[in-house]
Ligand binder design. Structure first.
Ligand code: URA
Length: 198
């Protein structure tokens, strides 16, 4: 499939998701938060699920976690519009509770299609939910982070969720920064014919 077809398919998928009633999360949502960014990005971020600000605006990572993510990107010379950002579940869990397995199961098809259509070289999973979903692991993020895992012809680089950094230690921010740099080095070291950045 060519890129124009991919972009059109991504838009169609967003439209489909906007009317989704597959799980109970649709009952409390203001907006579906499908995802945003460069539909041809080499680097994709996957968080957990929308919070209050994301639900209100229909955009991922626009609250405090998003500010931190943007500043981590700026530190390596990237803007949000150069990457693609999505979540495991597209509707806000009530009271910001964790998404439940049945909700993740109903929603994960959208994410799988987003990854296939954007076709990034590296996916950075933010926190335990996206890391466990993609890498099918029960190992926690503290042990998983710091490495690039080959995954269906691309790589997954797990890192902390920005909320973990907001909760505490400055070391978490440094480790997240190191993980983003690792992801960029994986992208830069691809085969020459694949190595055109963004
Ligand atoms: N936390 C997430 O996991 N995703 C968002 O979009 C915002 C906060």
């Amino acid at each position: 499939m060519n890129t124009e077809e991919n972009k059109a398919a991504l838009q169609l998928l967003a439209k489909e998701a906007a009317g989704c009633v597959r799980c109970r999360l649709h009952e409390g949502r203001t907006n579906v938060v499908f995802g945003e960014g460069n539909p041809e990005a080499d680097l994709m971020f996957i968080g957990e699920g929308p919070g209050q600000h994301e639900d209100e605006q229909g955009l991922p990572f626009v609250g405090r976690s998003g500010e931190l993510l943007s500043s981590l990107l700026e530190a390596v010379g990237l803007s949000r519009s150069q990457v693609y950002i999505a979540n495991v579940v597209k509707c806000r869990p009530p009271g910001n509770r964790d998404p439940r397995q049945d909700e993740i199961d109903e929603c994960k098809g959208y994410l799988a299609e987003q990854i296939r259509l954007v076709d990034p070289a590296v996916v950075i999973t933010l926190g335990n939910f996206s890391t466990k979903l993609l890498l099918k692991t029960e190992v926690g993020i503290t042990r998983m982070r710091g490495q690039a895992y080959p995954w269906w012809g691309r790589h997954v680089v797990p890192t902390f969720h920005p909320a973990a950094a907001l909760r505490g230690r400055s070391q978490v921010v440094e480790q997240m920064q190191a993980d983003i740099e690792l992801a960029l080095s994986v992208i830069a070291n691809r085969q020459p014919e694949q190595a055109e950045l963004f």
